[in-house]
Design a protein around this ligand. Structure first.
Ligand code: AMP
Ligand code: MG
Length: 478
């Protein structure tokens, strides 16, 4: 049996949207990690040599390899891009009918590579594997990781690093930037075909709408509002929310310099390339909205032939984003506080807690989990009292809705993770992996993929970094 059941609808789109290109074979492929659980979930068949297949040395049966064209606003500046180091092997159709892209990231040069070598280093690919699988376990919509294969070839960055290929599994790789590409090319046929393709994959109900393009924009707004609210709830900072890194599926994509916050601070930025703080934690909803406006612009010609009418309708749709986000954000934080109902003052209650967390330097994940567990706040003894006002308001709020504390806590344990992939632990695991020791990575992966049910041995992964362990900047490592 072939490992994948490919039916690649993207390869049937107008050729302007991609380039047919095969992965470039590597010298000595070696499987570093393989996701058995995901393989089972996707109903993958057995393969004689996963390393060769997932390094791109041998094409799996039925593959139609291609690199996708896209554009994007990177830190606000528009550029034509495309898969410069990724090759889509095909769309696998799982036994349950679910369709997923199987993409090799780091698979060699493509027509979109520009100055790049088309390759990826082991550290960043293991990082994407770990963080994406942690996000999935946290219940955040995300692309998944099937495997990392070491290539046996060096990649030259600031230093010489071991090369690797990540197998990324995604509902699709259609980005806001994919629509921007077709719009910038003024390729009406490609744009319309991309619209129909995206609707079929991600918003089938939009096909029945009076204006399918507008309906897709609305569906995407809802998905992104829900997604970014989830990020905010778990303290995730994407780091590079360029329009080419925002999907139409609503999945988190492209784990570059992303990171989870330790101490709660809304202006936290980790990415070494984000000097202005454009993609700081608190800015993420604003940027998601900005990106949706870019999607709306690209869709305009498909919304209505009368441009003014199209702009009015698109505007009305994107202007609803802040309210959609607010509702999702409140739902997130109500759940984190164990609330089952909605009250007018809930935003103020959440903000009261968050501002005390910020003032006391309280660890975000640890703070919410402590509240769920009925433990002391993870701050200095002298700062415990700073939470008294919040505690009283919270107790009164629970009493008003008639929720007993044990019931609230039971719900909160399922809404507040104990374990996130903390940067310092990730760095330690990647450093060991670079030395050939996968032990720390595997232990960390086991812990972050069961975030709501910590075991005693997971204790080291729960604590925030000591001052000397603190990671201040993360790097794309491209
Ligand atoms: P990213 O920062 O990974 O979202 O990548 C931004 C753009 O740069 C995409 O078009 C990538 O395909 C391209 N790119 C990143 N790294 C490389 C590389 N090593 N070789 C070629 N293209 C790359
Ligand atoms: Mg990207």
């Amino acid at each position: 049996m072939a490992p994948f059941r490919f039916d690649t609808s993207y390869a049937r789109l107008p050729e302007a949207l991609f380039a047919r290109v095969a992965p470039t074979p590597v010298r000595a492929p070696r499987l570093v990690i393989f996701n058995q659980g995901l393989a089972a979930e996707l109903g993958l068949g057995a393969a004689e040599d996963w390393a060769a297949l997932l390094a791109g040395n041998r094409l799996p049966e039925g593959a139609t390899p291609l690199a996708q064209a896209y554009a994007g606003h990177q830190f606000g500046h528009f550029t034509m891009l495309g898969d410069g180091r990724a090759v889509l092997l095909g769309e696998h159709v799982a036994p349950d009918g679910r369709r997923v892209d199987i993409q090799l990231k780091g698979a060699g040069r493509t027509p979109f590579s520009r100055m790049g070598d088309g390759r990826a280093a082991l550290g960043p690919m293991l990082r994407e594997y770990l963080v994406s699988e942690a996000m999935h376990a946290l219940g955040v919509s995300t692309t998944r990781s099937l495997a990392v294969v070491a290539t046996g070839e060096p990649v030259v960055r600031e230093e010489v690093l071991p090369g690797a290929v990540l197998t990324r599994v995604a509902a699709s790789h259609i980005r806001v930037g994919t629509f921007q590409f077709a719009a910038a090319k003024r390729d009406r046929e490609a744009l319309a075909a991309l619209l129909a393709h995206t609707i079929a994959r991600h918003a089938p109900e939009a096909a029945e709408a009076e204006r399918p393009a507008l309906a897709l924009l609305e569906a995407t707004s809802r998905k992104q509002a829900a997604l970014v609210a989830r990020w905010m709830g778990v303290g995730f900072i994407h780091g590079v929310m360029n329009t080419d890194n925002m999907t139409l599926s609503g999945e988190t994509i492209d784990y570059g310099p992303c990171a989870f916050m330790d101490a709660f601070e809304p202006m936290t930025v980790f990415s070494s390339i984000d000097r202005q703080g454009r993609y700081a934690y608190a800015n993420q909803p604003v940027i998601a909205h900005w990106n949706l406006v870019r999607l709306a612009e690209a869709l305009l010609p498909l919304i209505d032939p009368d441009e003014t009418a199209a702009i009015d309708m698109a505007n009305a749709a994107v202007q609803r984003f802040p309210a959609l986000f607010e509702a999702e954000w409140l739902a997130q934080f109500r759940a984190k506080l164990g609330l089952a109902t909605a009250e007018e003052g809930d935003r103020a209650l959440v903000e009261m807690l968050l501002s005390v967390m910020r003032d006391t330097g309280c660890d975000m994940t640890g703070g919410f989990r402590a509240l769920a567990e009925g433990a002391a706040w993870p701050v200095d003894a002298a700062d415990q009292a700073a939470f008294a006002g919040f505690e009283a308001a919270w107790a009164a709020r629970l009493a008003r809705e008639g929720t007993a504390l044990p019931d609230a806590r039971a719900r909160m344990l399922a809404a507040n993770p104990a374990i996130i992939p903390r940067n310092h632990r990730v760095e330690q695991a990647l450093a060991a992996a670079g030395e050939g020791d996968m032990g720390p990575f595997e232990r960390l992966l086991a812990a972050v993929t069961r975030p709501y049910a910590p075991r005693p041995e997971d204790a080291p992964f729960r604590s925030p970094p000591l001052p000397h362990e603190r990671v201040l900047a993360t790097f794309c490592g491209t």
